[in-house]
Design a protein around this ligand. Structure first.
Ligand SMILES: *Cc1c(COP(=O)(O)O)cnc(C)c1O
Length: 235
């Protein structure tokens, strides 16, 4: 496909998804700008990723740090991108990743949280993070149990990181009703943990291409959408 056709298709997909997100927010009695779309670009190369940004998607998400930084560093890649790290993060990748000032959605251990804090202090930055909760109890999924999240929030937070909310994924193959219930559980957990910890925990990162409408109905503030944005373009 010609580059121009690709651009056009990505722009159309972006417009369509943005409309659906706005509609879902309004139907839930929320402001349409209360939900941010994180464009998940793990399926495509740096050129198509840049096309999505040009179409209007300022927030981009990658699940592998090496891919994030190789795109960010590629020639003429837009520098205004707000990066989101959404996949499992190995501790030896943290220092380099922090150069790109990402919001890290996938904090799934105390050790990782402490390291992000220490490296952020070293780099004189404050890194915003979400704690990834495994709500489905699915062993194949990463994430902290609700009680582990509670423990982390109770601890002395020190400097370097700001815990701004929770991230969750529904279980593999979850049907509509199950997904809805799990999103509600995440929201309730957040409300409860926010009261206990005294932290606002405003951000809820949940919902993907197949289930973002339900996630928005349950209070998602960030939806991580990948395949819908590239539909018609991936094999
Ligand atoms: C791939 C991925 C997404 C996007 O999934 P789609 O179904 O393609 O929208 C969202 N979150 C995470 C953590 C992912 O790895």
């Amino acid at each position: 496909m010609e580059r121009q056709q690709v651009r056009q298709r990505i722009a159309e997909n972006w417009a369509q998804v943005s409309d659906e997100v706005c509609e879902a927010a309004k139907r839930s009695g929320r402001q349409s700008d209360s939900v941010r779309v994180i464009g998940v670009t793990k399926y495509v190369d740096a050129d198509w990723t840049a096309d999505l940004f040009e179409a209007g998607c300022a927030d981009l998400g990658e699940n592998r740090p090496q891919v994030l930084w190789s795109k960010a560093d590629s020639p003429s890649f837009p520098s205004e991108v707000v990066w989101h790290m959404i996949g499992h993060l190995q501790t030896n990748k943290v220092r380099r990743l922090l150069r790109y000032q990402p919001l890290i959605h996938s904090v799934d251990s105390e050790r990782l949280l402490q390291l992000i804090a220490a490296e952020s202090v070293q780099a004189s930055v404050t890194t915003k993070v979400l704690l990834e909760v495994n709500i489905s109890g699915d062993q194949s999924k990463t994430g902290l149990s609700p009680s582990e999240v509670d423990d982390l929030l109770q601890q002395d937070r020190g400097e370097g990181v700001e815990m701004v909310g929770l991230m969750a994924m529904t279980g593999l193959g979850a049907d509509h009703a199950t997904a809805q219930r799990q999103f509600e559980e995440v929201r309730e957990l957040r409300d409860q943990l926010s009261r206990r910890s005294g932290l606002p925990l405003d951000e809820l990162s949940m919902g993907m291409s197949g289930d973002f409408v339900d996630a928005i109905a349950s209070g998602a503030t960030m939806v991580r959408i990948g395949s819908r944005l590239f539909s018609g373009l991936l094999g």
